[in-house]
Design a protein around this ligand. Sequence first.
Ligand code: WQD
Length: 359
Amino acid sequence: LLNAWTSIGEQHQCRVGKAHLKVFVTGGAGYIGSHVVVELVKHGYEVVIFDNFSNASSNVPTALSELCGVQITVTSGDLRDASALECVFSDHSIDAVMHFAGLKSVAESVADPLMYYDNNVLGSLQLCKSMRKYDVKRLVFSSSATVYGDPISVPIREDAPAVNPTNPYGMTKVICEKMVLDLCRSDPSFSAGILRYFNPVGAHPSGLIGEDPKGQPANLMPLLTNAAADPTAVLKIYGCDYPTKDGTGVRDYIHVCDLAAGHVAALNRCSTDSQHFIANLGTGNGFSVLEVIRAFEQACGIKIAYQIAPRRPGDVAICYADTSYATEFLNWRAEKTLKDMCLDSWRWQEQNSLLGSHM
Ligand code: WQD
Protein backbone atom coordinates (compact mmCIF):
# COMPACT_ATOMS: atom_id res chain seq x y z
CA LEU A 1 0.00 0.00 0.00
CA LEU A 2 2.88 2.33 0.83
CA ASN A 3 4.39 1.67 -2.62
CA ALA A 4 1.06 2.54 -4.17
CA TRP A 5 0.98 5.76 -2.22
CA THR A 6 4.59 6.54 -3.12
CA SER A 7 3.93 6.04 -6.82
CA ILE A 8 0.86 8.31 -6.54
CA GLY A 9 3.06 10.84 -4.79
CA GLU A 10 5.62 10.65 -7.60
CA GLN A 11 2.89 11.19 -10.19
CA HIS A 12 1.78 14.26 -8.31
CA GLN A 13 5.36 15.44 -7.92
CA CYS A 14 5.28 16.33 -11.61
CA ARG A 15 1.83 17.93 -11.08
CA VAL A 16 3.24 20.02 -8.25
CA GLY A 17 5.31 21.71 -10.95
CA LYS A 18 2.15 22.53 -12.90
CA ALA A 19 0.01 23.70 -10.00
CA HIS A 20 2.89 25.20 -8.09
CA LEU A 21 0.44 26.83 -5.71
CA LYS A 22 2.20 26.88 -2.35
CA VAL A 23 0.06 26.40 0.76
CA PHE A 24 1.28 27.33 4.25
CA VAL A 25 -0.24 24.81 6.67
CA THR A 26 -0.11 25.79 10.35
CA GLY A 27 -0.44 22.75 12.61
CA GLY A 28 0.34 20.57 9.60
CA ALA A 29 1.92 17.86 11.78
CA GLY A 30 -1.29 17.49 13.80
CA TYR A 31 -4.20 15.11 13.36
CA ILE A 32 -6.36 17.09 10.92
CA GLY A 33 -3.50 19.10 9.43
CA SER A 34 -1.43 16.05 8.45
CA HIS A 35 -4.38 14.45 6.64
CA VAL A 36 -5.03 17.70 4.77
CA VAL A 37 -1.34 17.86 3.76
CA VAL A 38 -1.69 14.44 2.10
CA GLU A 39 -4.81 15.63 0.26
CA LEU A 40 -3.14 18.88 -0.84
CA VAL A 41 -0.13 17.06 -2.32
CA LYS A 42 -2.47 14.56 -3.97
CA HIS A 43 -4.12 17.53 -5.71
CA GLY A 44 -0.83 19.03 -6.87
CA TYR A 45 -0.29 21.72 -4.24
CA GLU A 46 3.11 22.43 -2.73
CA VAL A 47 3.08 22.48 1.09
CA VAL A 48 5.02 24.27 3.81
CA ILE A 49 4.23 23.04 7.34
CA PHE A 50 4.59 25.24 10.42
CA ASP A 51 4.09 23.46 13.76
CA ASN A 52 5.31 23.85 17.35
CA PHE A 53 4.81 20.08 17.89
CA SER A 54 3.00 20.73 21.19
CA ASN A 55 0.44 18.10 20.22
CA ALA A 56 2.07 16.36 17.28
CA SER A 57 4.65 13.59 17.01
CA SER A 58 8.06 14.35 15.47
CA ASN A 59 7.51 11.20 13.36
CA VAL A 60 4.75 12.84 11.31
CA PRO A 61 6.93 14.73 8.77
CA THR A 62 8.72 11.48 7.83
CA ALA A 63 5.39 9.66 7.52
CA LEU A 64 4.08 12.49 5.34
CA SER A 65 7.11 12.40 3.04
CA GLU A 66 6.65 8.62 2.66
CA LEU A 67 2.93 9.00 2.00
CA CYS A 68 3.20 11.94 -0.36
CA GLY A 69 6.32 10.81 -2.19
CA VAL A 70 7.75 14.31 -1.97
CA GLN A 71 9.85 16.03 0.66
CA ILE A 72 7.61 18.26 2.76
CA THR A 73 9.10 21.52 4.07
CA VAL A 74 8.58 21.64 7.84
CA THR A 75 9.40 24.59 10.09
CA SER A 76 9.12 24.16 13.84
CA GLY A 77 7.76 27.30 15.44
CA ASP A 78 4.97 29.05 17.30
CA LEU A 79 2.43 31.31 15.60
CA ARG A 80 2.85 33.94 18.33
CA ASP A 81 6.50 34.37 17.33
CA ALA A 82 6.17 37.07 14.64
CA SER A 83 9.80 36.79 13.52
CA ALA A 84 9.57 32.99 13.08
CA LEU A 85 6.37 33.39 11.09
CA GLU A 86 7.76 36.15 8.91
CA CYS A 87 10.87 34.10 8.15
CA VAL A 88 8.63 31.52 6.51
CA PHE A 89 6.59 34.12 4.62
CA SER A 90 9.77 35.82 3.37
CA ASP A 91 11.49 32.52 2.49
CA HIS A 92 8.53 31.13 0.54
CA SER A 93 6.16 32.68 -1.95
CA ILE A 94 2.98 31.62 -0.13
CA ASP A 95 -0.25 31.57 -2.17
CA ALA A 96 -2.68 30.44 0.54
CA VAL A 97 -2.85 29.51 4.21
CA MET A 98 -4.63 26.66 5.96
CA HIS A 99 -4.75 27.31 9.69
CA PHE A 100 -5.02 24.31 12.04
CA ALA A 101 -2.53 25.22 14.76
CA GLY A 102 -4.25 25.64 18.11
CA LEU A 103 -5.31 23.92 21.31
CA LYS A 104 -8.53 21.92 21.12
CA SER A 105 -9.34 20.24 24.43
CA VAL A 106 -12.66 21.40 25.86
CA ALA A 107 -11.84 20.25 29.39
CA GLU A 108 -8.36 21.80 29.31
CA SER A 109 -9.83 25.10 28.10
CA VAL A 110 -12.17 25.17 31.11
CA ALA A 111 -9.22 24.54 33.44
CA ASP A 112 -6.88 27.05 31.77
CA PRO A 113 -8.83 29.53 29.61
CA LEU A 114 -6.02 32.07 29.34
CA MET A 115 -3.74 29.48 27.72
CA TYR A 116 -6.47 28.94 25.12
CA TYR A 117 -7.02 32.65 24.43
CA ASP A 118 -3.25 33.12 24.18
CA ASN A 119 -2.63 30.19 21.83
CA ASN A 120 -5.76 30.23 19.71
CA VAL A 121 -6.66 33.91 19.50
CA LEU A 122 -3.25 35.61 19.64
CA GLY A 123 -1.80 32.92 17.36
CA SER A 124 -4.53 33.50 14.78
CA LEU A 125 -4.16 37.27 15.09
CA GLN A 126 -0.41 37.10 14.45
CA LEU A 127 -1.01 34.82 11.47
CA CYS A 128 -3.51 37.24 9.91
CA LYS A 129 -1.15 40.17 10.47
CA SER A 130 1.71 38.30 8.76
CA MET A 131 -0.59 37.34 5.88
CA ARG A 132 -1.55 40.98 5.41
CA LYS A 133 2.11 42.10 5.56
CA TYR A 134 3.08 39.60 2.86
CA ASP A 135 -0.06 40.15 0.80
CA VAL A 136 -1.32 36.57 1.20
CA LYS A 137 -5.07 36.77 0.61
CA ARG A 138 -6.49 33.23 0.84
CA LEU A 139 -7.25 31.53 4.13
CA VAL A 140 -9.01 28.30 5.14
CA PHE A 141 -9.70 28.41 8.87
CA SER A 142 -10.27 25.37 11.10
CA SER A 143 -13.32 26.02 13.26
CA SER A 144 -15.62 23.69 15.16
CA ALA A 145 -19.29 22.81 15.71
CA THR A 146 -18.57 23.70 19.32
CA VAL A 147 -19.38 27.30 18.34
CA TYR A 148 -23.06 26.28 18.19
CA GLY A 149 -23.13 25.41 21.90
CA ASP A 150 -26.28 23.48 22.82
CA PRO A 151 -28.09 23.63 19.46
CA ILE A 152 -31.67 24.93 19.38
CA SER A 153 -32.51 22.35 16.71
CA VAL A 154 -30.83 19.63 14.66
CA PRO A 155 -29.60 19.17 11.99
CA ILE A 156 -27.60 22.35 12.53
CA ARG A 157 -27.39 24.91 9.72
CA GLU A 158 -24.56 27.45 9.33
CA ASP A 159 -26.99 30.29 10.12
CA ALA A 160 -27.82 28.77 13.53
CA PRO A 161 -26.75 30.96 16.48
CA ALA A 162 -22.99 30.54 16.99
CA VAL A 163 -22.30 32.94 19.78
CA ASN A 164 -22.83 30.93 22.94
CA PRO A 165 -20.39 28.02 23.11
CA THR A 166 -20.33 26.05 26.37
CA ASN A 167 -16.57 26.37 26.90
CA PRO A 168 -13.56 28.69 26.40
CA TYR A 169 -12.21 26.56 23.54
CA GLY A 170 -15.42 27.14 21.61
CA MET A 171 -15.31 30.86 22.44
CA THR A 172 -11.79 31.13 20.96
CA LYS A 173 -13.23 29.71 17.74
CA VAL A 174 -16.12 32.22 17.80
CA ILE A 175 -13.65 35.09 18.26
CA CYS A 176 -11.33 33.88 15.50
CA GLU A 177 -14.26 33.41 13.10
CA LYS A 178 -15.35 37.00 13.75
CA MET A 179 -11.79 38.27 13.28
CA VAL A 180 -11.46 36.50 9.91
CA LEU A 181 -14.86 37.76 8.73
CA ASP A 182 -14.03 41.34 9.78
CA LEU A 183 -10.72 41.09 7.89
CA CYS A 184 -12.62 39.96 4.78
CA ARG A 185 -15.09 42.85 5.15
CA SER A 186 -12.21 45.34 5.52
CA ASP A 187 -10.38 43.97 2.48
CA PRO A 188 -12.63 42.71 -0.36
CA SER A 189 -9.62 41.11 -2.03
CA PHE A 190 -9.23 38.77 0.96
CA SER A 191 -10.83 35.35 0.56
CA ALA A 192 -11.61 32.98 3.48
CA GLY A 193 -13.39 29.71 4.11
CA ILE A 194 -14.37 28.98 7.73
CA LEU A 195 -14.95 25.25 8.22
CA ARG A 196 -16.90 24.02 11.24
CA TYR A 197 -15.93 20.43 11.97
CA PHE A 198 -18.29 18.08 13.70
CA ASN A 199 -16.56 14.99 15.15
CA PRO A 200 -13.45 14.03 13.17
CA VAL A 201 -12.47 10.37 13.63
CA GLY A 202 -10.56 7.69 11.77
CA ALA A 203 -7.14 7.69 10.13
CA HIS A 204 -5.49 7.49 6.73
CA PRO A 205 -5.98 3.92 5.38
CA SER A 206 -2.20 3.48 5.17
CA GLY A 207 -2.02 3.47 8.99
CA LEU A 208 0.94 5.88 8.80
CA ILE A 209 -0.86 8.93 10.25
CA GLY A 210 -3.77 9.22 12.65
CA GLU A 211 -5.08 10.74 15.86
CA ASP A 212 -2.12 10.72 18.25
CA PRO A 213 -2.88 13.10 21.14
CA LYS A 214 -0.14 13.78 23.69
CA GLY A 215 -1.33 12.77 27.14
CA GLN A 216 -4.62 11.08 27.87
CA PRO A 217 -7.09 11.29 24.94
CA ALA A 218 -10.49 12.83 25.66
CA ASN A 219 -12.39 11.93 22.52
CA LEU A 220 -14.52 8.82 22.16
CA MET A 221 -12.77 7.02 19.28
CA PRO A 222 -9.17 6.97 20.64
CA LEU A 223 -10.53 5.89 24.04
CA LEU A 224 -12.57 3.20 22.32
CA THR A 225 -9.59 1.85 20.37
CA ASN A 226 -7.48 1.98 23.55
CA ALA A 227 -10.16 -0.13 25.28
CA ALA A 228 -10.08 -2.54 22.32
CA ALA A 229 -6.29 -2.84 22.64
CA ASP A 230 -6.24 -3.19 26.42
CA PRO A 231 -8.42 -6.01 27.80
CA THR A 232 -8.17 -4.48 31.28
CA ALA A 233 -9.59 -1.13 30.10
CA VAL A 234 -13.28 -0.33 30.55
CA LEU A 235 -14.74 2.44 28.37
CA LYS A 236 -16.93 4.91 30.25
CA ILE A 237 -20.17 6.01 28.62
CA TYR A 238 -20.88 9.50 29.92
CA GLY A 239 -24.61 9.47 30.55
CA CYS A 240 -27.40 7.18 29.34
CA ASP A 241 -30.34 9.43 30.19
CA TYR A 242 -30.15 11.93 27.33
CA PRO A 243 -33.28 12.48 25.21
CA THR A 244 -31.83 10.35 22.39
CA LYS A 245 -32.60 7.04 20.68
CA ASP A 246 -30.84 4.99 23.39
CA GLY A 247 -30.09 7.61 26.04
CA THR A 248 -26.43 8.10 25.05
CA GLY A 249 -25.00 11.18 23.35
CA VAL A 250 -25.48 11.58 19.60
CA ARG A 251 -22.76 13.11 17.38
CA ASP A 252 -21.94 13.56 13.71
CA TYR A 253 -18.75 11.51 13.22
CA ILE A 254 -16.86 12.34 10.03
CA HIS A 255 -13.85 10.47 8.64
CA VAL A 256 -10.74 12.64 8.77
CA CYS A 257 -10.02 11.86 5.11
CA ASP A 258 -13.46 13.18 4.11
CA LEU A 259 -12.72 16.24 6.22
CA ALA A 260 -9.40 16.70 4.38
CA ALA A 261 -11.15 16.53 1.00
CA GLY A 262 -13.56 19.21 2.22
CA HIS A 263 -10.59 21.50 2.94
CA VAL A 264 -9.22 21.18 -0.58
CA ALA A 265 -12.70 21.89 -1.95
CA ALA A 266 -12.87 25.01 0.24
CA LEU A 267 -9.40 26.13 -0.91
CA ASN A 268 -10.48 25.74 -4.52
CA ARG A 269 -13.44 28.03 -3.81
CA CYS A 270 -11.18 30.57 -2.13
CA SER A 271 -8.77 30.45 -5.04
CA THR A 272 -11.32 31.17 -7.75
CA ASP A 273 -12.60 34.54 -6.54
CA SER A 274 -12.62 36.73 -3.46
CA GLN A 275 -15.34 35.58 -1.11
CA HIS A 276 -15.85 34.41 2.41
CA PHE A 277 -18.04 31.61 3.60
CA ILE A 278 -18.80 29.35 6.55
CA ALA A 279 -19.45 25.66 5.94
CA ASN A 280 -20.31 22.70 8.17
CA LEU A 281 -18.11 19.67 7.57
CA GLY A 282 -20.06 16.67 8.79
CA THR A 283 -21.93 13.72 7.36
CA GLY A 284 -25.43 14.86 8.32
CA ASN A 285 -25.90 11.61 10.26
CA GLY A 286 -26.00 11.35 14.06
CA PHE A 287 -24.81 8.20 15.83
CA SER A 288 -25.10 7.50 19.56
CA VAL A 289 -22.19 6.31 21.69
CA LEU A 290 -23.74 2.84 21.89
CA GLU A 291 -24.17 2.75 18.10
CA VAL A 292 -20.48 3.62 17.65
CA ILE A 293 -19.46 0.89 20.07
CA ARG A 294 -21.67 -1.67 18.27
CA ALA A 295 -20.32 -0.55 14.87
CA PHE A 296 -16.74 -0.94 16.09
CA GLU A 297 -17.44 -4.41 17.56
CA GLN A 298 -19.03 -5.56 14.28
CA ALA A 299 -16.35 -4.03 12.05
CA CYS A 300 -13.33 -5.16 14.02
CA GLY A 301 -14.64 -8.30 15.72
CA ILE A 302 -13.59 -7.06 19.14
CA LYS A 303 -15.89 -6.84 22.18
CA ILE A 304 -15.67 -3.55 24.05
CA ALA A 305 -16.12 -3.54 27.83
CA TYR A 306 -17.96 -0.41 28.97
CA GLN A 307 -19.73 0.99 31.98
CA ILE A 308 -22.28 3.76 32.33
CA ALA A 309 -20.86 6.85 34.07
CA PRO A 310 -22.42 10.20 35.00
CA ARG A 311 -22.91 12.80 32.30
CA ARG A 312 -19.75 14.79 31.42
CA PRO A 313 -20.08 18.52 32.23
CA GLY A 314 -20.49 20.62 29.10
CA ASP A 315 -21.71 17.77 26.90
CA VAL A 316 -24.76 18.38 24.73
CA ALA A 317 -27.28 15.62 24.00
CA ILE A 318 -27.41 15.76 20.23
CA CYS A 319 -25.23 17.48 17.62
CA TYR A 320 -25.19 16.74 13.91
CA ALA A 321 -24.82 18.83 10.76
CA ASP A 322 -27.03 20.07 7.98
CA THR A 323 -24.50 19.55 5.17
CA SER A 324 -26.57 20.90 2.27
CA TYR A 325 -24.57 24.13 1.98
CA ALA A 326 -21.19 22.38 1.86
CA THR A 327 -22.51 19.90 -0.70
CA GLU A 328 -23.94 22.62 -2.91
CA PHE A 329 -21.30 25.36 -2.50
CA LEU A 330 -18.17 23.21 -2.19
CA ASN A 331 -19.41 20.38 -4.41
CA TRP A 332 -18.30 18.09 -1.57
CA ARG A 333 -19.91 15.44 0.59
CA ALA A 334 -18.57 12.94 3.10
CA GLU A 335 -18.42 9.46 1.60
CA LYS A 336 -16.87 7.17 4.22
CA THR A 337 -19.08 5.11 6.51
CA LEU A 338 -18.97 4.59 10.27
CA LYS A 339 -17.54 1.14 9.51
CA ASP A 340 -14.68 2.76 7.55
CA MET A 341 -14.04 5.10 10.50
CA CYS A 342 -13.86 2.15 12.92
CA LEU A 343 -11.65 -0.01 10.69
CA ASP A 344 -9.21 2.83 9.92
CA SER A 345 -9.08 3.91 13.58
CA TRP A 346 -8.33 0.34 14.64
CA ARG A 347 -5.63 -0.14 11.96
CA TRP A 348 -3.92 3.06 13.19
CA GLN A 349 -4.15 1.85 16.81
CA GLU A 350 -2.77 -1.60 15.92
CA GLN A 351 0.10 -0.30 13.77
CA ASN A 352 1.10 2.39 16.22
CA SER A 353 0.16 0.80 19.56
CA LEU A 354 -1.07 4.16 20.78
CA LEU A 355 -1.57 2.76 24.24
CA GLY A 356 0.97 4.67 26.27
CA SER A 357 2.62 6.16 23.18
CA HIS A 358 2.59 9.62 24.73
CA MET A 359 2.12 8.68 28.33
C1 WQD B 1 -18.37 12.24 21.76
C2 WQD B 1 -19.49 11.52 22.53
C3 WQD B 1 -19.44 11.97 24.88
C4 WQD B 1 -15.62 9.90 25.62
C5 WQD B 1 -15.24 17.28 21.11
C6 WQD B 1 -15.04 18.76 21.15
C7 WQD B 1 -15.27 19.33 19.77
C8 WQD B 1 -14.41 18.63 18.75
C9 WQD B 1 -14.67 17.14 18.79
C10 WQD B 1 -12.47 20.00 18.45
C11 WQD B 1 -20.14 12.40 23.60
C12 WQD B 1 -19.16 10.50 24.60
C13 WQD B 1 -16.74 10.46 25.02
C14 WQD B 1 -15.79 8.82 26.51
C15 WQD B 1 -18.17 8.89 26.15
N1 WQD B 1 -13.05 18.90 18.97
N2 WQD B 1 -17.98 9.95 25.27
N3 WQD B 1 -17.06 8.36 26.74
O1 WQD B 1 -17.33 16.18 23.08
O2 WQD B 1 -18.66 15.67 20.97
O3 WQD B 1 -16.58 17.02 20.80
O4 WQD B 1 -14.40 16.69 20.13
O5 WQD B 1 -12.90 20.76 17.64
O6 WQD B 1 -14.94 20.69 19.84
O7 WQD B 1 -16.03 19.31 22.00
O8 WQD B 1 -16.41 14.60 21.30
O9 WQD B 1 -15.41 12.37 21.37
O10 WQD B 1 -15.32 13.80 23.47
O11 WQD B 1 -17.49 12.81 22.73
O12 WQD B 1 -19.31 8.46 26.39
O13 WQD B 1 -14.81 8.26 27.11
O14 WQD B 1 -18.92 10.42 23.21
O15 WQD B 1 -20.27 12.13 26.03
O16 WQD B 1 -21.51 12.07 23.66
P1 WQD B 1 -17.34 15.87 21.62
P2 WQD B 1 -16.06 13.38 22.25
